[in-house]
Design a protein around this ligand. Structure first.
Ligand code: MN
Length: 195
């Protein structure tokens, strides 16, 4: 199958001033697009050509893995943002409180983990098979599908995600990104993961 670059679920200027149109033009229009194009080139004539993105991720390595996982990761990241000022559902708040102490403690832990991630990578909130929320840093293209978790939310902490708008100030990016989380979507993913 041919993989296709997703359309952004918002206008190019919808996240301004926190994430600029210019950042999205590079991050979605160039970085994300390049991962899609590279993946499509690399799978030609291989068994991966007929597989879903998720199947490729859990069965490949090297360049095919890196590009497939980066397509998935960026789809997840861009779909997870909104300028609608959403709030976690009651169920989401209940589990954040149960597993991290409070919603505020969860935010603090998430941001500290993102600040502590050396080099390029992602911070992922997932649910494990026991219904427990799991927060993990992943380097480079890695993601929770590799360990059988159900991903709920991710933040891209590669420099290309924030360098145009925030230069080296990763913490400022993280604080602003936090206000753009689409909690309606995260809460729906939580409901689906619990079934
Ligand atoms: Mn990125």
């Amino acid at each position: 199958m041919t993989h296709v670059l997703m359309d952004l679920p918002f206008a190019a200027d919808a996240l301004e001033p926190y994430i600029s149109r210019e950042t999205l033009q590079y991050h979605h229009g160039k970085h994300h697009a390049t991962y899609v194009n590279n993946l499509n080139k690399l799978i030609v004539g291989t068994p991966f050509e007929e597989m879903s993105l998720e199947a490729i991720i859990t069965s490949s390595s090297g360049g095919i893995f890196n590009n497939a996982a980066q397509v998935f990761n960026h789809d997840f990241y861009f779909n997870g943002m909104s300028n609608a000022n959403t709030m976690p559902s009651d169920k989401m708040l209940e589990l954040l409180t149960r597993d991290f102490g409070s919603a505020e403690a969860f935010k603090e832990k998430f941001i500290q983990m993102a600040l502590g991630l050396f080099g390029s990578g992602w911070v992922w909130l997932s649910m494990n098979s026991n219904g427990v929320l799991v927060l993990e840093p992943h380097s480079n293209a890695s993601n929770p599908l590799l360990s059988g978790l159900t991903p709920l939310l991710t933040c891209d902490v590669w420099e290309h995600a924030y360098y145009i708008d925030y230069r080296n100030a990763r913490v400022d990016y993280l604080e602003k990104w936090w206000t753009l989380i689409d909690w309606d979507l995260v809460s729906r993913k939580l409901e689906a993961a619990q079934q």
